[in-house]
Design a protein around this ligand. Structure first.
Ligand code: F3S
Length: 643
């Protein structure tokens, strides 16, 4: 039986397991990436493993998320990352060099290799044929320390593309169509593998837009073949030597299939507040727009920027619309400048922002009160744009550019502009001057830590009987942004768990942290897809610091489930979804851990309501031992001391 692309790469990297669907497999990780928001903690975790140097083929530390330097905290974090990278053998990508996913795609991604990144949009590199997976910082730290990465063998979905995109319809519309069809939960436990004749019409940058935002379906990752288009793209980047052909076998067997005729797609938007809230632009055309933001890791390629510049050239942005653009990388910014695009954008009134993430989470570029912001980013969660009243519509660069011109949501096909056909420039500017190689004398590197960089908190092993109150009950689709908010107020606290823990659930329940401390921890009850969104492990680590013992949910998002295990919080799933109604906030729950030694089905007792509630423990392999040990670092110390 033939193999899919995903199966081929997993097979080539298999360390443990037999690739049975739903069973756990451990794979070798070739490359890792971290960024500053998750990276300071990942570096502390790498340090805690006791290794002296990363064991991967390549590990890169990026500074892209939080560039604001209004006090010492962020620059201290950046300096700490630079020193740690020098000491532990990582390449350091300096602030200003660009957004991790874009820079990694341009300079480091290699077809057929594995990449683990402490950022949920790591699958961007799937656009070049890499098996690129987002994970919590601790999993990435352990991969840097040379340990395999364990995942549940995913189902493989064939996304069969035919036809060719029409003018003013682009890659963003493809992934919005996928989200429209399968929702923000539809990819959980799956890899989206794109194939079919339509693939040939998409450049690597367009493919990367699709794989990037595949994260919003909850998928383990998304991937494209490595073909002649990939080879050409690598050649333009001066990296053709890394090209290998990579295709699924003709008789590969897929678990599911989605067919998309590209020629039938039309411009679409995702309305607030979920990326799967997708409608054709014509349904919301005429909605007043206050702000447009171009860029982020999703739509900030050279192709995107030249397209926007073409549409705005010789025009002036609408007086009601504030427009900002974050290029994906410094290299793209330089090239767009050389092409005259930056001049055209500035002349039109666009504010050129840093090649960084900031605006994506509302830092330095947030909409006004109750404002509508059309953004080419990948997430439009409640509060994601920097405050709760902003309403974000996710759209392609073409739709966003049309809104700049008209001041309202507009189908770009209705504006009298010639379509733009992007050709990769023959002499692409390549500039690696903002990378710093690891030190040749790591033992001589002194790591400088600012006062805000605190050691990792000690974690106690789990007691046999979990007993406590329900601290909070939340609904479906709670994101890591709800649990541990991002933004300018919170990001500088990422290396200080005692302080950042005071803000857990702040956007939904400002008293959560105080209550959790007073009650010495307890339980969280949640609906479907708990922990979707960002990979941030602080959404598990900070609740654990506050004493959270278990989360009982209807279902979990993949990365967050792994993060809960990594920090010693027990995840439990309602065996009967309706039992969610049988628990309220403040109820006292008791759970006997010993039950789980026998089978995954167990009973949770609600003492307040005198009820027994059947639950399932979704753990496999060593996960239960990890949770019992109080988290993965404790567990690793335990097994290495007993071996
Ligand atoms: Fe950065 Fe936003 Fe992407 S925070 S990594 S640009 S999703």
């Amino acid at each position: 039986m033939g193999l899919t692309l995903t199966e081929k790469i997993i097979k080539n990297h298999l360390i443990k397991g037999n690739m049975t669907k739903g069973a756990s497999v451990a794979i070798k990780i070739d490359q890792t990436l971290i960024q500053d928001a998750t990276g300071t903690m990942a570096m502390l975790e790498l340090e805690a493993t006791g290794v002296r140097c990363v064991k991967t083929e390549l590990s890169v530390a990026y500074v892209d998320h939080n560039m604001i330097q209004e006090d010492f905290k962020n620059p201290d974090d950046h300096r700490f990352l630079q020193d740690m990278a020098a000491k532990y053998g990582l390449v350091f990508s300096r602030p200003g060099n660009g957004i991790c996913h874009h820079v990694h795609l341009e300079r480091f991604a290699v077809p057929g290799k594995t990449l683990l990144g402490s950022d949920s949009h790591t699958p961007t590199a799937g656009g070049i044929g890499m098996l690129a997976i987002g994970a919590g910082g601790l999993d990435v730290a352990l991969a840097m320390a040379g340990m395999p990465f364990t995942l549940i063998m995913p189902k493989i979905v064939k996304v069969h593309l035919t036809g060719k995109l029409s003018p003013f319809v682009s890659a963003k519309d493809v992934i919005l169509e996928v989200l429209r069809r399968i929702s923000v939960k539809g990819g959980v436990g799956k890899v989206l593998e794109y194939c079919g004749p339509g693939v040939k019409s998409l450049s690597v940058s367009e493919r990367a837009t699709i794989t990037n935002m595949g994260a919003e379906t909850g998928a383990t990752t998304s991937i494209f073949q490595s073909d002649d288009i990939t080879r050409e793209w690598l050649r333009a980047q001066g990296r053709e030597r890394y090209w290998v052909p990579l295709y699924p076998d003709d008789d590969a067997v897929y678990d599911e299939e989605i067919d998309i005729d590209l020629s039938l797609l039309e411009p679409m938007v995702a309305k607030p507040f979920l990326p799967d809230n997708v409608v054709p632009v014509k349904e919301v055309a005429g909605t007043r727009v206050d702000q447009v933001m171009f860029g982020s890791c999703t739509n900030s390629s050279l192709r995107d920027i030249l397209t926007i510049a073409h549409m705005l050239k010789g025009r002036r942005i609408h007086p009601n619309v504030d427009v900002g653009l974050s290029p994906g990388s410094r290299q793209i910014l330089l090239q767009a400048g050389a092409e005259g695009a930056i001049e055209d954008l500035i002349a039109a009134g666009v504010r050129i922002l840093e090649a960084s993430c900031g605006a994506c989470v509302g830092m330095g570029f947030a909409p006004p009160t109750d404002g509508v912001s059309v953004r080419t980013i990948n997430r439009n969660f409640y509060g994601r744009c920097g405050h709760a009243s902003g309403k974000v519509y996710l759209a392609s660069p073409e739709v966003a550019a049309a809104a700049c011109i008209t001041g309202v949501i507009t189908d770009p096909r209705g504006i009298c502009i010639e379509p733009y056909h992007f050709e990769m420039p023959s002499n692409l500017i390549i500039d690696e001057g903002m990378f710093i190689a690891p030190s040749p004398e790591p033992e001589r590197v002194t790591v400088r830590r600012g006062p805000n960089i605190k050691p990792l908190p000690e974690m106690e092993p789990m007691s046999n009987k979990l007993d406590g109150q329900v601290l909070i009950k939340v609904g479906d689709d709670i994101t890591t942004d709800h649990i541990m908010p991002a933004g300018a107020k919170f990001l500088p606290l990422r290396s200080n768990i005692p302080v950042i823990a005071e803000h857990v659930f702040e956007v939904v329940d400002p008293d959560f942290s105080k209550r959790a401390k007073e009650l010495k921890g307890g339980f969280i009850v949640a609906g479907m897809n708990y922990g979707q969104g960002s990979s941030r492990e602080h959404a598990a680590l900070a609740p654990r610091y506050l004493g959270v013992k278990a989360v009982i949910a209807k279902s979990f998002a993949r990365i967050h489930l792994a993060n809960l295990v990594n920090f010693g919080i027990l995840p439990l799933i309602f065996a009967n979804i309706d039992d969610y109604e049988k628990i309220d906030r403040d109820d006292r729950l008791v759970f006997d851990i010993g039950q789980l030694n026998v089978e995954s089905q167990a009973v949770l007792r609600n003492l307040t309501k005198n009820m027994e509630i059947p639950v399932i423990c979704p753990l496999c392999g060593d996960d239960l031992d990890v949770v019992k040990a109080g988290g993965k670092l404790n567990w690793i110390k335990l097994i290495t001391s007993t071996n």
